[in-house]
Design a protein around this ligand. Structure first.
Ligand code: HEC
Ligand code: HEC
Length: 392
């Protein structure tokens, strides 16, 4: 059997009616068991159904040929993203590669006890973030930091994670798999577990041309999927996607005022470009001294602000429950410390006080809400492909 027809064969077997009937039966039995337990996402139930993914006959379009970087991201009056594209030449995104990444991202088999997937913490409807201040790992233990959102990670140049220590997306996606709190699985054991399934060898053939399952290939496919999570269809984008000058009439007056404050108050100096990604790590003055020192001297970096309104709480420790609290912090409560970023200091070096009025705070929050991209939050190509995870 050729590589292509082997992949096709796997695709057919994964969606056969018998398999689906069995999956449904298995899912309903497990749901009965799960119903009596505490609430939580499907993947956090203590028993999670295992099944094969249901995939389309041909993979969705993830590659640059099928889904190019949006034009207004490339030629934008508020800063192009193209200089920051972190796609390595050795791991360009292909449709079968990102499809494999999607399957891995949603698969609880990536944890030691089949309970936690990447998607248990990074939930699509929450901009691939989480509502928990500290998400819990495969044994139910809490992590030390809040889950980061994943949109527009294709455009980060200065490291990954709140502390910027992940050297590349390929390196970052392996961190949770082996982490003793997050997923806790040995890479060798994971390779063997995936090789023993009916569907992964075929998906690896489609993505890489041969069925070998290695940690490097797992990382490459996951990185391709995460890189494909470009969020560019919010209401804010609509104003810039007109092809010529921005059409600010697509925003309300309050939202326009908020955008103006975002620029004039210097938010844009750190949350940069059309994609609002962080340039690098900074001490933003959350505390005058803190136990978590981030990359050193309490410096942290933020993810792109896309979908910020749907993914409270905020900051590396999830300390702020609402955007209003975040804005209040930047306006009134920045704390002094030797490493406080210069952009958050006044002329005399002390923490800057914006003293925004109530209307200005509302406007800034209204602007941040325009960054919600509902088509991204619902896109099927980013969604859970495992039928047995769905509740009726
Ligand atoms: C138990 C919860 C949990 C699981 C499971 C999890 N993550 Fe995360 N993820 C986090 C947290 C928390 C952070 C921030 C870590 C830090 O900076 O200390 C993060 C950070 C990231 C980042 C960096 C984002 C950025 O802006 O730099 C990426 C990428 C990522 N995760 C991808 C994944 C992938 C892929 C998987 C599955 C293999 C996964 N995560 C599994 C909680 C989780
Ligand atoms: C000096 C750089 C800098 C400036 C200026 C700045 N920010 Fe931030 N912002 C950051 C960093 C770094 C973080 C993450 C801090 C942390 O969690 O420790 C962050 C976090 C945030 C978050 C939460 C992100 C999340 O995923 O939880 C929001 C919202 C935000 N900033 C909005 C703003 C607004 C609005 C302004 C202007 C009033 C602003 N920022 C000014 C650097 C900056």
């Amino acid at each position: 059997m050729s590589s292509a027809s082997a992949a096709q064969h796997m695709r057919l077997t994964t969606t056969s009616p018998t398999v689906n009937a069995l999956q449904l039966l298995c899912a309903s039995v497990l749901l009965l068991i799960a119903c009596g337990r505490q609430e939580g996402t499907a993947a956090r139930q203590s028993t999670v159904a295992l099944c094969a993914p249901a995939l389309p006959a041909a993979p969705y379009g993830y590659s640059d040929a099928d889904t190019p970087i949006p034009r207004h991201f490339v030629a934008s009056p508020v800063g192009t993203v193209i200089f920051a594209d972190n796609t390595p030449p050795s791991n360009r995104t292909t449709n079968p590669g990102a499809e494999l990444g999607r399957v891995l991202f949603y698969d609880v088999r990536l944890s030691a006890n089949d309970r936690i997937a990447c998607a248990s913490c990074h939930q699509q409807s929450l901009g691939f973030g989480d509502t928990a201040r500290f998400s819990s790992g495969f044994h139910g233990d809490h992590l030390a930091r809040h889950t980061m959102a994943l949109a527009n990670a294709r455009f980060y140049r200065y490291g990954f994670g709140w502390d910027g220590r992940g050297a590349s997306l390929e390196a970052q996606v392996l961190r949770p798999i082996t982490d003793s709190i997050e997923m806790g699985i040995d890479p060798g054991a994971l390779e063997r577990k995936l090789a023993a399934t009916s569907f992964y060898p075929g998906l690896f053939v489609g993505a890489f041309g041969s069925p070998e399952i290695t940690r490097d290939r797992i990382a490459a496919a996951l990185a391709q999927f995460v890189r494909s999570l470009v969020s560019a269809q919010s209401r804010f984008d609509a104003a810039f996607a007109t092809g010529s000058a921005p059409d600010y009439s697509l925003l309300t007056q309050e939202e326009r005022d908020g955008f103006h404050i975002f620029n004039s108050a210097g938010c844009v100096n750190c949350h940069r470009t059309i994609a609002q990604f962080a340039d690098t790590v900074h001490n933003t003055g959350l505390d005058s001294a803190s136990a978590d020192t981030g990359s050193g001297q309490a410096r942290f970096r933020a993810a792109s602000l896309r979908n910020i309104a749907v993914r409270a709480p905020y900051m590396h420790d999830g300390r702020f429950a609402t955007l209003r609290e975040v804005v209040e912090f930047y306006s009134e409560h920045i704390r002094a410390s030797p490493s406080l970023d210069a952009r958050l200091r006044g002329a005399d070096g002390s923490p800057r006080r914006l003293h925004l009025s109530a209307a200005q705070r509302d406007a800034l929050v209204a602007y941040l809400r325009t960054l919600t991209d509902s088509s991204f939050l619902r896109a099927t190509r980013f969604s859970d492909p495992f039928p047995c995870h769905q509740r009726p």
